[in-house]
Design a binder for this molecule. Structure first.
Ligand SMILES: [Zn+2]
Ligand SMILES: [Zn+2]
Length: 353
């Protein structure tokens, strides 16, 4: 079925000339700064662990079904049943080194299932789990994490193309992996069920990316734009490649999400001087809702500054709220992408080598 879809899509869209990598390396769970975690196979599967020159099979019901890993400086301490191993790195995969379902648990904090190959290292006492996963699995996982239930299919498909384009265009904002699993790159949790709307949206746009001057666009999106999308210059961020254009967003224009917040004079100065980067610095310190967008007016009184703003997020590229409304009004994903990313086109990634 997937091959048929790809063939049909290939007829409608030109193929990108250059070969593209079809997996992405995503650093996961870094927000927890873990010192300890456990690794297990899917309930019905098995995992091959390679570490410290040894091979271990993790399987439910076997003598070793759960591997405990702790950090010791830049080393890993592995334990399972009576076995203990010290290693610099660990790799967990299916029996033939391929992608497999695996469950990572940070005791007392979180348990998450992934589909891919796990590489694990420690750096200064902190564990750095990285999952190499199929691009399409990553896209479906982002759609699931970044959209709200009930979002129409054409808006989900637009999101799929945006997220895929972002992944394919590069990364490079991290040293130990290509992308993190937070909104800094794209928010990602577990892969969705294969019959979920998120998985369907990824499948039905399989391999499609936005391009500008024949290169994939580092496509951005935000929750709501406030009435028109922004340009990098307006929010004082540098942007190579696609220049981004400010486009009107009818739904947000007629129904803007309004907000007011009080901030200190120092934070108001940070916003004035550094734009979006100032907003992110405040968000890291006070929470991501402290200044919901960078589209506001400021009024100072009594040592405090009141911000009155519209929109949620940086406002570059796709507006999720506007896309949802366009889909509900009958637009397909092509029209949505055309509206929010003028002068781009849709291309199909070539088949993986
Ligand atoms: Zn990141
Ligand atoms: Zn909008």
């Amino acid at each position: 079925m997937r091959c048929v879809c790809l063939l049909l899509l290939s007829l409608g869209f030109p193929l990108l000339a250059q070969s593209q990598t079809r997996t992405v390396r995503i650093g996961v769970l870094g927000i927890f700064h873990p010192h300890e975690l456990t690794i297990a196979a899917d309930p019905t599967g098995e995992l091959l662990i390679v570490a410290g020159g040894q091979r271990i099979f993790l399987q439910r019901g076997s003598s070793c079904s759960l591997l405990r890993v702790r950090s010791a400086g830049d080393n890993l301490l592995l334990s399972c049943s009576t076995m203990e191993i010290r290693a610099v790195e660990l790799r967990a995969s299916g029996r033939n080194q391929q992608s497999a379902g695996l469950v990572l648990t940070l005791p007392g904090k979180i348990k998450r299932r992934y589909l891919g190959v796990l590489e694990l290292k420690a750096k200064n006492g902190e564990l750095l789990p990285t999952i190499t996963m199929d691009l399409e699995t990553a896209v479906a996982s982002v759609i699931q994490a970044e959209t709200t239930p009930g979002t129409p299919m054409e808006a989900l498909k637009a999101q799929a193309v945006v997220s895929r384009s972002y992944f394919v265009s590069g990364g490079g904002r991290h040293t130990d992996f290509d992308f993190c699993d937070l909104t800094h790159c794209q928010f990602l949790r577990e892969p969705p069920a294969s019959d979920s709307p998120a998985a369907n949206a990824a499948m039905s746009t399989h391999g499609l990316v936005l391009t500008y001057e024949e290169k994939p666009v580092t496509a951005m999106f935000s929750r709501s734009c406030g009435g028109r999308t922004r340009t990098p210059e307006e929010i004082r961020v540098s942007q190579n490649g696609y220049p981004y254009f400010s486009v009107r967003c009818d739904f947000c224009y007629n129904h803007p999400v309004r907000w007011t917040r009080k901030v200190s004079r120092e934070d108001a100065a940070l916003l004035r001087l550094h734009g979006e980067n100032g907003r992110l610095a405040i968000g890291r310190r006070l929470g991501w809702d402290a200044v919901p967008s960078n589209n506001f007016t400021a009024q100072e009184a009594g040592g405090e500054v009141t911000l009155s703003g519209v929109g949620q997020g940086h406002g570059l590229g796709l507006c999720q709220r506007g896309a949802r409304n366009m889909a509900e009004s009958g637009s397909d994903f092509r029209a949505i992408l055309d509206h929010y990313f003028p002068n781009t086109r849709l291309d199909v990634l070539p088949s993986a080598p």
